[in-house]
Design a binder for this molecule. Structure first.
Ligand code: UTP
Length: 486
């Protein structure tokens, strides 16, 4: 039932936001319904707190007397007993069906500027495969190998849920089974102007933005995911972001270290080689595990220390890959009132007081969000920090070209998968670095690692390969045929 406008007006007045109804008299009945709905879902006490803390007062950086680097387990190496033991533990957990996969895909993808959910972006240069498909193929491979179901929990936002669902429908859920793909929606929060006043996207709608990837904590609890985990006997959740094409989904080694250490929240870390690399770093701040964002580096001079070789002492960069225990997520949710929020100064298109649509040239307002890594502040047991493999785990896509781009991801595919072809003895030409000089794609459903690919290629008769080559889920070659001579 629609909330009465008198009640809305009263609430808005109480919080100094009555301007939201300024176009009310000119709205149609339908538009009024939209506005009522848009306002009714706002958490007013939370917004009042955020506006007070972040807009009416200038926030200051927290003070820590002591910031220590965290312990890091070096890059997995299967010739080391520890890695092998972790791998075996992770394999058992997967085979027991106790692992689920969370992927956050609720972001707005503004920098990429793609017309659709970011995960639908056709990143495969030869096959046009989407980010979603690459991730799905990795899950398929693991499900086959461990004879298990890996339920895939996908966080979406109100802005992209319908399009994401449609994409999965149109692609028959990539063979994973509709019942094992679970979409859950994160909340949106109002954007505010520089004075802390809610902004309107249209005369009948508040400008809102998703509440950040940390929004997955309440969303997991409130949208049935945790209940689904209990029903399926899942106690371990792996987490990654949709835009990292290269992620090792549900990596058994990572899961194994997490389980063996009895960790509640584990993180992969990416070694920072340059002090000013734009990445947050894991630290121990006055004994509490924290992630300090790169935008705050200058508040903490300790983070800019280097060792005798000139390398950063605080090198544990954050590539946004975690493993969580389900009881930990439940505990963080129970204490979510204490979860920190952040603000971002952004360009926010809006309708001004005269009813004109404004597309600002520079930042004109604030979005509020929470970050999943802040869950670290709630751990009671030391987290695992596991170093990423040097190649083939991290190539996030933020934009089309430049650093963190589609073009960079495609080049990584060429080198990552090209090296597998070379290792498997396929007759490919090589550039100065030893990689094929053209695009290469290998379906993760066929092979997840170089070892798996080489094993499956044993005894294979390769045609000569002179141009872009894609290897499909069954090992079949496509596209190379046009370029290949027998
Ligand atoms: P980013 O902060 O890089 O945002 O999110 P984005 O949406 O991909 O791109 P820009 O900044 O608008 O250009 C990193 C990951 O976190 C998810 C994104 O979908 C992406 O996988 N995310 C981010 C959410 O799921 N919800 C959010 O509210 C924010």
């Amino acid at each position: 039932m629609a909330i009465r406008v008198e009640d809305l007006r009263e609430t808005l007045e109480q919080y100094g936001q009555e301007h939201v109804l300024r176009f009310w008299d000119n709205l149609t009945a339908e538009e009024r319904g939209v506005l009522q709905e848009s306002v009714a879902t706002v958490d007013f006490p939370l917004m009042a707190r955020l506006i007070d803390e972040w807009i009416h007062n200038e926030p200051s950086a927290e003070h820590f007397s002591c910031i220590d680097p965290v312990d890091v387990i070096p890059e997995p190496d299967m010739s080391h007993g520890d890695t092998v033991e972790a791998f075996e533990t992770g394999e058992v957990r997967l085979a027991e069906g106790r692992v689920g996969v969370i992927m956050v895909a609720g972001g707005q993808g503004t920098r990429l500027g793609f017309d659709g959910p970011k995960g639908a972006y056709p990143v495969g240069s030869i096959t046009g495969k989407s980010l979603f498909q690459y991730h799905a193929e990795k899950i398929l491979n693991l499900e086959r190998r461990y004879r298990c179901i890996l339920p895939w929990y996908i966080m979406v936002s109100g802005a992209n849920e319908a399009a994401t669902r449609e994409f999965f429908e149109a692609n028959q859920y990539f063979g994973l089974g509709r019942e094992n793909v679970y979409f859950f929606q994160q909340d949106m929060v109002p954007c505010v102007d520089e004075h802390g006043r809610f902004m309107l996207e249209e005369p009948c709608r508040l400008a809102k933005s998703p509440n950040g990837h940390g929004g997955c904590i309440p969303a997991l609890a409130e949208r049935g995911v945790i209940a689904d985990c209990h029903a399926r006997g899942i106690d371990t959740l792996t987490y990654f972001q949709v835009d990292n094409w290269a992620v090792q989904v549900a990596d058994p080694v990572f899961i194994g270290y997490h389980v063996r250490q009895g960790s509640e929240m584990s993180s992969k870390v990416r070694r920072k080689t340059e002090l000013r690399e734009p990445v947050g770093v894991h630290c121990l701040c006055d004994g509490q595990y924290r992630l300090i964002e790169y935008s705050e580096l200058d508040f903490y001079p300790q983070l800019l220390e280097v060792d005798a070789r000139g390398n950063p002492v605080h090198f544990a960069g954050n590539p946004a890959m975690h493993v969580f225990s389900v009881p930990f997520i439940e505990r963080v949710y129970a204490n979510y009132q204490q979860f920190p929020w952040h603000r971002a100064h952004k360009k926010i298109p809006h309708v001004d007081s005269a009813g004109n649509y404004v597309r600002p040239d520079g930042p004109n307002g604030y979005k509020f969000e929470t970050f999943i890594f802040d869950a670290l502040q709630f751990v009671e047991r030391a987290p695992v920090n596991l170093e990423l493999r040097a190649m083939g785990e991290y190539t996030p896509i933020k934009q089309f070209e430049g650093a963190g781009s589609v073009l960079e991801a495609r080049d990584h595919m060429r080198r990552h998968w090209g090296a597998w072809l070379v290792e498997a003895g396929a007759p490919v030409p090589k550039d100065a670095e030893g990689y094929p000089p053209f695009d290469v794609e290998i379906s993760p459903a066929y092979a997840l690692s170089k070892e798996e690919f080489v094993l499956k290629s044993h005894g294979r008769h390769w045609p000569a390969i002179n141009g872009p080559i894609a290897i499909g889920a069954g090992g079949e070659i496509s596209w190379a045929e046009a370029n290949a001579s027998a």
